[in-house]
Design a protein around this ligand. Sequence first.
Ligand code: ADP
Ligand code: MG
Length: 247
Amino acid sequence: MIRLDDVTLTFPDGDARVTAVDHVSLTARPGTVTAVTGPSGSGKSSLLAVAATLIRPDSGTVTVGEVDTTALDAREAAELRRTSIGIVFQQSNLLPSLTAGEQLRVMGELGGRRAPGARAATLRRADELLDAVGLSAQRDRRPHQLSGGQRQRVNIARALMNDPAVLLVDEPTSALDQERGAEIIELLLRLSAERDAATLLVTHDVVHLPRMHRVVRLVDGRLVDGRPDDPVRDAVDLPHAHARHGI
Ligand code: ADP
Ligand code: MG
């Protein structure tokens, strides 16, 4: 789980400062997807960067599991990101020279101790995740041999390689057509549930919102909809559950 408590983030702006995130509190629980919506410039990417421990907030805390990340030094934060946080950026940042399988395998080879059998376990996990995102047949393809939707699937699989407790995803459908975008959203909902990840998903595509466990909205850095402590609704209360059962 990830919890943001009263987080504020400002950036320098000439002689003044611009407030990108303004006293935001938000909790995401394991196995759920929380959509973060809001107009361009409202602070969505800044909020994710703070949640990802990539930027330290001016004030407030970010807790991942039991760890207060704002108390970590840079090395500790990097280690927490490696072990506990999966990040999918808006632009696919795959390495052009690596195949889909290799993009995943390098994640298993970054940092950490090398236990006996670790390499074989990494290989197995990469194959298993490529299968989970429907790309087994594309394992040996490089990014330029994949479609935009397939590249985004590799990004998602890669973010899950180290079995993160928290998955942070920034506008994954912005470069995709409606159908491909909907498939990516379905995939994120399924994988978050299957792997018990607490997922924050930035999207301004409202067609996907009814599928989410929770939706919050940012305006000028402030959370305007959805109370931070809203209980996560039971699955049977989700609109799509009703739709699926024809109710
Ligand atoms: P969104 O993702 O919702 O479009 P952002 O988080 O990118 O919004 O931006 C929120 C605000 O913070 C905007 O006013 C933007 O100009 C500002 N901002 C974002 N990143 C930086 C930065 N690195 N330096 C200065 N200002 C920034
Ligand atoms: Mg953004």
